[in-house]
Ligand binder design. Sequence first.
Ligand code: SAH
Ligand code: SF4
Length: 433
Amino acid sequence: MNVYDSQRMADALARDGYQPTEVMEEADLVLLNTCHIREKAAEKVYSELGRIRKLKEERAEKGDELIIGVAGCVAQAEGQEIIRRAPAVDLVIGPQTYHRLPDAVGRARRGEKIVETDYAIEDKFEHLPAPERRAVRSRGVTAFLTVQEGCDKFCTFCVVPYTRGSEVSRPVAQILDEARRLADAGVRELTLLGQNVNAWHGEGPDGEWGLGRLLFRLAEVPSIERLRYTTSHPRDMDDELIAAHRDLDKLMPYLHLPVQAGSDRILKAMNRRHKAVDYLRLIDRIRAARPDIAMSGDFIVGFPGETDEDFEATMRIVREVTYAQAFSFKYSPRPGTPGADMPFQVAEEVKDERLQRLQALLTEQQKAFAAGLVGKEMDILIEKPGRRTGQIVGRSPWLQPVIVDETAGEIGDIVRVRITEAGANSLFSEPVL
Ligand code: SAH
Ligand code: SF4
C-alpha cells in the first residue's frame, strides 16, 4: 500500500514540476514514506532521518535547500513528536491527507513547519490527480490499485485501525475509471489493495456490491488480463468472492489469507474473532472452488501469553494448510494497542526460537511448492528484461518470477512456458510452442 501511496504522491507533485529520482543526493525534496506496523520499521525512520539531515546540512553550506518530509503511518501516529525528535524535518503528513501534499510542500518551502495529520472530511481520492500516462508506463505492466483503506477489526496487536482510521471503500465508478486509465497505459495485471480488501463494498448500478462482484466487473475492462487482491481477513471471505475464484479465470489462483496463530486461546486474545477450525474449513471451501489455488499467510509468534503448546498449534495449522509463501513476525508491542499492556509478554529469546522454527517449516513448504511445478506448463506475464542478456522475466500465477528466453515474447505478453528448474527465488522455463 505504501508503494501505491508513494506513486500517488509522486503524481500529485508532478503537477508542480517535481520528478522522482532514484538518487537521493539529487533530490531537493525527500519524502520518507513510513510504516508503523512493527517497532523495527518505525525506528528505522529516525536512523534514516539522521542520514538525510547530513545531506540537508551539506546543502545549506552551499546555500541550497533540501526539504524533508515524513509521510505514512509513523507520521500519522507520531505527528509533532517527529519534528521534536528530528528538527530537520519540515513536513509531517499522514496517509489520509495526501491530496493536500502539494500545498503542504509549498508552505514548507516558504519556511513553515507543517504537521498535517487530521482526518480529511473530503474524499482524498477525488482530489488526487490521475497519473500521467508516461508515469504509468514507466511503472510497468502490473499495477496496484487501492480500493479500500482503514480497518474496523481492532486485532489487539495491530496499530492499523489507529493509523489508517476506520474502513472506507472507494466507489465502484472511481475504481473502474482508475482501472481503465491504467489499462490504457499498458497495465495487464491489477492487484487490488486494502488493509481489509475483502471487506470492500460499494454501490453498484444494481445495488450493493462486494469484492467478488467488483472483480467480475474489472475482468471486463479491456486489456486487463490478470487480477489479484490483498490483504484479506478470514471473516470477510464471502460466497461471492469464493465463486469469483471458481468462475473467473482472470483471478489468479493465489490467496493471501493471514491466520496469525493456530491456537484458539491466542486467536481469541488477538480478537481475530474466529477459531482455527473456521479458518481450515474456509480454506477447504476455497480449495473446492479452485483446486489449484495456493495459499499465503501472515503469522505472529510470541503474542502475550503464548505458551509452547499454543505455538505448536501454529506449527500444526501450517502443516495442515501448506503454504506456497508466507510472512512471519515476532510480536512487537505497539503503543496504544491492547496487546502492549497484556500480562505475560513473551521473552525475546523465546520469540527468536519460535520464529526460527516456524520460518524453517514455511521455507520448506515454499521450496516444495516450487519444486512441484517443475515439468508443469503455465502462463506467465512477461514483466521485464532478465539480469542476464537474452533472458526475460515473467510472473507465474502464484507470483513467482519465471525466467525464459527473450524470444518467448514481449513485455506485457502472456506466454505459455514449461518449468524446467526451480531455483531459490525464481523458476526457470522454456517456451511451449
Ligand atoms: N489487514 C491484514 C494485515 C495488516 S498488517 C490482516 O488482517 O491480515 C500485516 C501483518 O503484519 C499482519 O498480518 C501481522 O501478521 C503483522 N503484524 C501486525 N501487527 C503486528 C505486531 N504488533 N507485531 C508483529 N506483527 C504484526
Ligand atoms: Fe490490523 Fe488486519 Fe487486524 Fe485490521 S484486521 S486490526 S489491519 S491485523
